[in-house]
Design a protein around this ligand. Structure first.
Ligand code: ATP
Ligand code: MG
Length: 566
């Protein structure tokens, strides 16, 4: 294509507030245009890359016998009432009404719709297993849309859903999908790592997230350098190896701690190490208040609390609620009280005795609180985040941390939707049973951003060959000069027979053209300049920057060889 005809509005300066590198590069290289917060148009270069990513996704889905469909984005609320998510989904669900006042959702995901379409048709075990997928825009009213395409309110997702008669079949499809995802991310040029993730209230290890390693990633990955253990920090288990202190039990002593609000301030005030202090926090679990106790250097992980209690309804109590039930503000809370509030303690609390805790009176703490004498613990458990350097659950290594962007997720749903939505099939005994389901998502537009996040240099994007919007960038330095323009036109005609060529025929200064070419980042650049009269052009690789003068008689061979070996 002639660049003069392609809409590529490159920018010199990107607007303030574009924090992520990929966001800046996508704006700067003229790939996207913001419509409003979290909503973007994909301009020609981005549209081409999306097509390439989608083609790879389709190939890998077909390879594992997943079949493409296209479901509506507009979904009637009745389906969401059936699954129970109309009320459970919360403010991220975009809701709207039609002219008759009927309620709809703009689909953030499609479990309800897909279950409703198969439940009437998949009736026999003989029709199973089946996997359906689609590539479509999704809508989520994200609290903090940011980082450009990485967290949008409208974004493109590949979502797949599988249906099974038994667990073994679900496991097989899950494995297939897991490997297909590995191939997809490596083919599009992303260094992604599958990590064990939290599966919410369902519990168990039924899900993996694929994380593209990146400094700006919103997720922390905990991994081993000695084994293939990798988990989202939300999920990474902390194994308790007792290391108890043996101190004589001391009498409970109340002390004044003016202006102490945090564990760190308390440690400083008492001149004690942070890990000898404790922190107490009050949570509302399904309507019941509980107190959770951890050591001062640990952080409570509410995702683990949700898994432990088997509910998504775990919320930190508000300050008003806390004052109401314990009579003190959050900075002075502790487990010593005479109330009907259960206490849950992190396993590592067991290493301490004579504990420092809040006295449930503003500005006071207790020294030497002891379990059994001063308070009872309903249960100990793994309620906190692992720290860097702690022993991993598989004992292979210390915990290493990395940041990652979740580009995909595979999930065993089981019968969550088929039960609530009454999707059954007849098994080989003729008995009705709920379908087993899996669901599998890839953030296609997020993947586009993640590719840019991982493939760039100080001058712009460096597209992996597999997804590049064009293969060759042909540039005339000065199209006003006949010999340059004529040679470039002739090469364009020749090269486009075998390659996708972007031909910069614009009457712009050479500097502008080179800057744009670097930003846009096509794998090979062919420059027709001052040696055009001798039939010599410059061929340059975008990734290494290596360049060579090549005579046009050898150009096709030279480019073929170079391109194949990129
Ligand atoms: P996150 O934890 O990042 O909010 P999620 O776990 O809610 O994502 P899923 O429901 O698993 O997302 O959706 C499947 C995929 O869709 C994700 O793995 C991610 O790549 C992509 N995705 C989810 N939310 C967004 C978003 N707001 N913008 C762009 N892509 C998204
Ligand atoms: Mg996810």
């Amino acid at each position: 294509m002639k660049q003069s005809k392609v809409f590529i509005p490159t920018m010199k300066e990107v607007p303030a507030g574009a924090e992520a590198l990929s966001h800046r590069l996508l704006l700067k290289a003229g790939l996207i245009k913001q419509s409003t917060s979290g909503i973007y148009s994909y301009l020609p270069i981005a549209a081409r890359v999306l097509n390439n990513i989608e083609a790879i996704v389709r190939e890998e889905m077909e390879r594992i016998d997943a079949v493409e469909i296209l479901m509506p984005a507009l979904q009637p609320s009745e389906l969401w009432e059936e699954s129970g998510r109309w009320s459970a989904y919360g403010p991220e669900l975009m809701r709207l009404q039609d002219r008759n006042g009927r309620q709809f959702a703009l689909g953030p995901t499609h479990e309800e719709v897909v279950t409703s379409i198969v439940r009437d048709e998949l009736k026999s075990y003989k029709q199973l297993p089946m996997t359906l997928f689609q590539i479509q825009s999704k809508y989520r009213d994200e609290k903090r849309p940011r980082f450009g395409l990485l967290r949008g309110r409208e974004f493109i997702m590949k979502d797949a859903y599988s249906f099974h008669a038994d667990e073994a079949s679900l496991n097989e499809s899950y494995e297939d999908m897991y490997h297909a995802y590995g191939r997809i991310f490596s083919r599009v040029g992303i260094n992604a790592r599958p990590v064990v993730a939290d599966s919410g209230a369902i519990g168990g290890s039924h899900t993996h997230e694929f994380m593209a390693l990146s400094e700006i990633g919103e997720d922390t990955i905990v991994y081993s350098e000695q084994s293939d253990y990798a988990a989202n920090i939300e999920k990474a288990e902390v194994v308790y190896h007792p290391n108890k202190k043996h101190e004589d039990v001391q009498p409970l002593t109340k002390i004044e701690t003016p202006n102490v609000h945090t564990a760190q301030e308390l440690a400083t005030f008492l001149n004690k190490p942070l890990d000898e202090i404790t922190k107490s926090m009050v949570f509302n679990v399904d309507g019941e208040f509980i107190l959770v106790l951890v050591r001062g250097h640990h952080e409570i992980n509410d995702i683990k609390l949700k898994a432990y209690f088997g509910t998504d309804n775990v919320d930190l109590a508000t300050e008003d609620e806390i004052i109401n039930i314990l009579g003190a503000k959050p900075g002075s809370l502790g487990p010593v009280f005479d109330k009907d509030i259960k206490i849950y303690a992190d396993n590592f609390i067991q290493d301490l005795n004579n504990i420092v805790v809040g006295a449930n009176e503003d500005g006071y703490h207790f020294l030497n609180a002891n379990v059994g004498r001063d308070f009872e613990v309903a249960a100990y458990g793994d309620f906190r985040f692992i720290l860097e350097g702690e022993l991993l659950a598989d004992s292979s290594d210390k915990a290493h941390f990395a940041e990652g962007i979740e580009v995909g997720q595979v999930f065993k749903l089981g019968t969550k939707y088929s039960e609530s939505m009454n999707a059954t099939f007849l098994n080989d005994q003729g008995r009705a049973q709920p379908l087993l389901m899996g669901c599998y998502g890839i953030g296609v537009s997020r993947t586009l951003s993640a590719i840019v996040e991982q493939n760039n240099d100080e001058n712009g994007i460096v597209w992996p060959k597999s997804v590049t919007p064009f293969e060759l960038h042909l540039i005339t330095i000065n199209p006003k000069k006949d010999e340059q323009r004529e040679l470039a036109d002739q090469l364009y005609t020749q090269l486009k027979e075998n390659y996708d060529v972007l031909y910069d025929d614009r009457k712009e200064r050479a500097g502008v053209k080179f800057n744009d070419a670097d930003l846009i980042g096509l794998p090979i650049r062919i420059v027709v300049g001052k040696n055009a009269a001798e039939g010599i052009v410059e061929v340059k690789r975008r990734d290494t920057g290596d360049s060579e003068d090549v005579h046009i008689d050898n150009l096709i061979n030279y480019v073929n060889e170079l391109y194949t070996n990129l």
